[in-house]
Design a protein around this ligand. Structure first.
Ligand code: NAD
Ligand code: 572
Ligand code: ZN
Length: 316
């Protein structure tokens, strides 16, 4: 293994011991944002050779169910996904993975970038689900790692104006430095109606695509209410299992609500964005640690004061 990034879900399992029905019942190795160098090959592997540097797509599906056969393998019920109990993750010196879910990195793409293809693929999938293209006006709710990768991909896909919101000014400052056209600081004491008014003023109109990357009920409501009639609200953030939303408003204004579950056939596109220089993911890495410093790495990742966006663990 080369690099493993820490994801919010890793921290969540460590701190809370579960995400929904996925419960950590025994000690579990964490890590699913990863890259490495091929040390050994299985008998029938002919797409890779020893010494190749690869990014690892962490979910291996059954390949035989109807979802897999239809090309929507992210929906496979039997997908084996790293660091999702009871499946161990990749934060270890050596790790074995299906060769067809390993993506060879060109020489000029680093192992750090390889690990970052994982969250970037979530951004690619979200932007595809939103049908972002030339001229799109995009509102992103939440400027954590996922909101930020959505921002990078939306710009690369030709979005004309991208506005991003957060409750935390520091996160918005990072978003601005990564190319957000405008930022909007959400204040809890401002009414929903006034927030929508301000967002429309910032756009000089209404966004035609909104992507929620926070999971907060207030944001999900905004995703529907602030989006132009006929537009699309894409939900990536996962918070409470049930939320109250203005469904009839979505219905009468034909605002499409679309879900996102990880990614599917997006790794190659994420790699192409990075390899071509259209997307620069390097500024997302705020902290680097050796594997021996893993405890410190997790402390940094979970501390709001650290200003961490992406914490990267290096195995060599
Ligand atoms: P994060 O917690 O680092 O980022 C969320 C951001 O949203 C934070 O900066 C927070 O301040 C901000 N926020 C919270 N409430 C807000 C509000 N009302 N308005 C605006 N901003 C608000 O998490 P992350 O790693 O960026 O991931 C984002 C979400 O995406 C999480 O819920 C995560 O579980 C989810 N996720 C989903 C998928 C999927 O397949 N659907 C994949 C990866 C991550
Ligand atoms: O990088 C993949 C990823 N997926 C996340 C969160 C963080 N990173 N998801 C949110 C939690 N779900 S889940 O279905 N689950 C724990 C399996 O609730 C998966 C997607
Ligand atoms: Zn993750």
């Amino acid at each position: 293994m080369g690099c493993v990034g820490i994801c919010g879900s890793d921290v969540h399992y460590l701190v809370n011991g579960r995400i929904g029905d996925f419960i950590v019942k025994e000690p579990m190795i964490i890590g699913h944002e990863s890259s490495g160098t091929i040390a050994k090959l299985g008998n029938n592997v002919n797409n890779l050779k020893v010494g190749d540097r690869v990014a690892i797509e962490p979910g291996v599906p059954c390949r035989t169910c109807s979802f897999c056969k239809e090309g929507r393998y992210n929906l496979c019920k039997d997908i084996v996904f790293l660091a999702t109990p009871p499946v161990h993750g990749s934060l270890r010196k050596y790790y074995k993975h299906a060769a067809d879910f390993c993506f060879k990195l060109p020489e000029h793409v680093s192992l750090e970038e390889g690990a970052l293809l994982e969250p970037l693929s979530v951004g690619v999938h979200a932007c595809k689900r939103a049908n972002i293209g030339i001229g799109s006006k995009v509102l992103i709710l939440g400027a954590g790692p996922i909101g930020l990768v959505v921002l990078l991909v939306a710009k690369a896909m030709g979005a004309n104006k991208v506005v991003i919101t957060d409750l935390v000014q520091d996160r918005l400052n990072v978003a601005k430095s990564l190319g957000a056209d405008e930022i909007y600081l959400v204040k809890r004491d401002v009414s929903e109606k006034d927030q929508i008014k301000s967002i429309h003023e910032i756009f000089g109109g209404e966004p035609d695509k909104t992507i929620d990357a926070s999971g907060a009920q207030s944001s999900i409501r905004l995703a529907i209410l602030a989006t132009k009639s006929g537009g699309t609200a894409v939900l990536v953030g996962m918070g409470a299992p049930e939320v109250q939303i203005p469904l009839i408003d979505a219905l009468i204004r034909e605002v499409d609500i679309r879900g996102v579950f990880r990614y599917v056939n997006d790794y190659a596109d994420a790699l192409a964005l990075v390899a071509s220089g259209k997307v620069n993911v390097k500024p997302l890495i705020t902290h680097n640690f050796k594997i021996e410093e893993t405890v410190k790495a997790f402390d940094t990742s979970k501390s709001p004061e650290s200003g961490a966006i992406k914490v990267m663990i290096h195995l060599k």
